[in-house]
Write a protein that binds this ligand. Sequence first.
Ligand code: ARG
Length: 465
Amino acid sequence: MTKKSKSGSSKNRSGRFSEPVTGLTKRFTASLDFDKRLAPYDIRASVAHARMLNAVGILSAKDFAAIQNGMKQINGEIASGKFPWQLELEDVHINIESRLIALVGDAGKRLHTARSRNDQVATDVRLYLRSAIDEISKLIKAAQNALLDLAEKHAATVMPGFTHLQVAQPVTFGHHLLAYFEMLKRDSERLTDCRRRVNQLPLGSAALAGTSYPIDRMQVAKELGFDGLCENSLDAVSDRDFAVEFTACAALIMTHLSRFSEELILWMNPGFGFVEIADRFCTGSSIMPQKKNPDVAELLRGKTGRVNGHLVALLTLMKAQPLAYNKDNQEDKEPLFDTVDTVVNSLKIFAEMLPGIRVNREAMRKMATQGHATATDLADYLAKKGLPFRDAHEAVAKAVRFAVKRGCDLSELKLNELRQFSKLIGKDVYPVLSLEGSIKSRSHVGGTAPKQVKAAILRARKQLG
Ligand code: ARG
């Protein structure tokens, strides 16, 4: 147990105060319940700080060794759940420091030289977020690989492509899946870019104005793997742009997962009947025995709202905050941590669910034949034979109207029926009007032809390495 100071109930309650805080104030100002998760980063940063203090002659080798040993023990205590956390001690930083002092005495009391909790917490959060970004980047890659595996199986599977959720043109399911691969690719790039700004060291800025000690910030940055230093002490202790930026990246990741989820939910409706999601990702109803609900997809969609909310919370937290550190900033953690947890869990289950998607090729094909999906192909056919595209468009519109009246697809009209709309139409029109013909013809980079889908998958696999 730590010794309590005479004048107050916690270590940052010095002789400056004449009365202890009320229980309510204590609970209201404490962050321990949620910032505990920063402990491993706090310890690493403290050891790096102590090593530097020793290197520049502020701390003796003996004291540094004591701090290092004490921190080792504390690490073990935390890992094994034996650490004596005390809400009295407000946050993770004071808890660890107090325990260190209890373990190693005066050496522990010297650790906080040339440092403040303001630059300490900013450093911890950046270290935490950097490792979260690295984990999320790996999970994005896993989801991308799962998309590629499914796309490979369905490089030639025909489905209706939609605009306005109306049948527009045939596409391949593989091509559709690759659209999500692209979204995740951008997400991954955004995170890599965000990481550069996360990975700058605030430590050394102390409370706000820097410190009078001859510190070596670069040494600390190197030990902790930072790319560089936050270059203005006032900015360093108050900046939370990196958390906002990360949460914006996360909101986009969730947005992408929610778009795919929404499609799965629609496609699982028997009206579409395009896919079945494996039972292990679905749940039943407590009243309707026949139900199989796509709960995982629905929750992925729903959790997007939560991350969007965190983004707005962080932006609002920072809006109009005067320099430098304000206690408001303690409120950065819960939204940030929950964003990380939500994105990590969502990406994991998304990647696991993808191989559990069974495709009903027939249902996809059937809907593709029902919406005159090859009308544009007919217009292109006429335009290639010399008819100006606008006139071709009009001729095909009339042909579609005729087919609608007949209750059949364009491709089911007889040649003489089609020729009422243009004499340029010949027997060679039928492959053009077929789903396969339409798809095969869109053969350029970014097109839906199976050949292009396969090439895109190869490129994608190479990119992922
Ligand atoms: N728990 C605090 C936070 O999360 C640590 C920094 C406290 N600094 C202070 N000057 N009260 O922001």
